[in-house]
Design a binder for this molecule. Structure first.
Ligand SMILES: [Zn+2]
Ligand SMILES: [Zn+2]
Length: 386
């Protein structure tokens, strides 16, 4: 079935008014109040703290925990994420995760991806929520696992009441404690919502537009350190779309991903477990495939004197890569077999484990070296192209 043309989908008045009014108050009301009455540092701190609590509950809770099952979290942590996620005014976990799972499954498909970037920046950022598009229709058949979580079920059932109550009571309470109720309501109530909304929305819009594609070019998702800075680490979106079950988005230790640091911190104190990681080898495999693509494209487009020699050495590299891949796959299969067989023999298991680990490390190293060589090829081709 074809997607209903944009202007035919009925406007969702309540959502449109909510986005418009909060944005207008944040853009006009907040500066006006700031000029006439002023805000003090404690109000700004409360605003930033609630922005962070809402934002990280969306990324660590709504996204990595509930949408992707990237780890397990203690009841109290789930309650915490559900509380601040409700406060973030981005619908219930069930609605959010169901749409997000469809986004992953049908990425860039204008009829099925609820926020396909192929329909433009505005649509992917916010437009998809303003009208009742068929692509955005609720369908909870892909979140049956989440319905078993009592916190998710309770939040979904009472969502409207819960979000209204928290969005009025939390800023009001902070305002009463502070003394300036209107100023605090403006900053913690309204500006906080607008910042949280748009930083999350950047993941659907900008993270599919700006940045590099180190792991896959089969979809529009990009890796951008700048977007990661604004989105608690979610800007490493190319990695995420390729390895969606990994609890990390910025997979390298130095990549800015506070959500991954929070999750591993929670696991150190026993509040999170089962953190899912993609094997290093698989990550390198994806990167190398992309490097081969890039190198052969460059080879075609530049005019090297000894083109054939370059071509054959690149082909040799590729053959070597395929050999390592197949060795890794069979070693992994053997290893599962050995694990099953040596369950009752601890000594044999230990010995096998050490041998296999060494071999896996060697293969990871071989890929690392190959990645470096491919980088050199690319640099050579670039130099030759000028
Ligand atoms: Zn995406
Ligand atoms: Zn995701």
């Amino acid at each position: 079935m074809k997607e209903t043309p944009k202007h035919n989908a009925p406007l969702l008045w309540v959502t449109t008014l909510m986005f418009s009014i909060t944005f207008l108050v944040a853009a006009v009301g907040v500066p006006a109040y700031g000029i006439t009455h002023g805000f003090d540092p404690s109000q700004w701190i409360m605003m930033l703290a609630t922005v962070a609590l809402c934002g990280i509950s969306i990324t660590a809770g709504y996204h990595r925990l509930w949408s992707h099952n990237a780890y397990n979290a203690h009841f109290l942590i789930r309650l915490f994420f559900a509380f601040w996620g409700t406060h973030a005014l981005q619908n219930s976990v069930l609605v959010w995760a169901s749409g997000h799972r469809r986004h992953h499954r049908h990425i860039d498909n204008n009829d099925k991806d609820p926020y396909s970037i192929k329909r433009g920046f505005w649509f992917a950022h916010i437009g998809w929520m303003l009208r009742a598009y068929p692509s955005g229709k609720d369908d909870f058949s892909n979140v049956k696992d989440l319905m078993k979580d009592p916190i998710v079920a309770f939040q979904h059932k009472h969502y409207l009441l819960l979000t209204l109550a928290s969005n009025i009571l939390v800023p009001l309470l902070l305002g009463v404690i502070h003394g300036d109720i209107i100023g605090t309501m403006l900053l913690v109530g309204v500006l906080r919502i607008v910042i949280t909304h748009h930083t999350t929305f950047f993941i659907n819009s900008l993270a599919h537009m700006w940045g590099k594609q180190p792991y896959t070019d089969t979809n529009t998702a990009k890796d951008s350190p700048l977007i990661a800075l604004l989105t608690y680490g979610e800007g490493y979106h190319n990695f995420h779309h390729h390895f969606q079950t990994d609890y990390r988005n910025g997979v390298r230790w130095w990549q800015f991903d506070p959500t991954k640091w929070l999750i591993s911190g929670l696991s150190w104190v026993g509040l999170a477990s089962n953190l899912r990681r993609v094997p290093v080898f698989k990550i390198r495999e994806a990167q190398i495939k992309m490097q081969f693509n890039q190198a052969s494209k460059q080879l075609e487009s530049c005019h090297l004197a000894n083109l054939e020699t370059w071509k054959s050495s690149l082909e040799k590299e590729y053959d070597e890569f395929l050999v390592t891949l197949s060795e890794w796959t069979s070693l992994r299969a053997d290893w599962y077999q050995t694990k099953r067989q040596s369950l009752h023999n601890a000594l044999q298991f230990k010995w096998e484990f050490a041998a296999v680990t060494t071999r896996f490390k060697e293969m990871e190293y071989a890929l690392k070296m190959q990645q470096k060589r491919l980088k050199l090829y690319t640099l050579n081709f670039q130099a030759a192209a000028f």
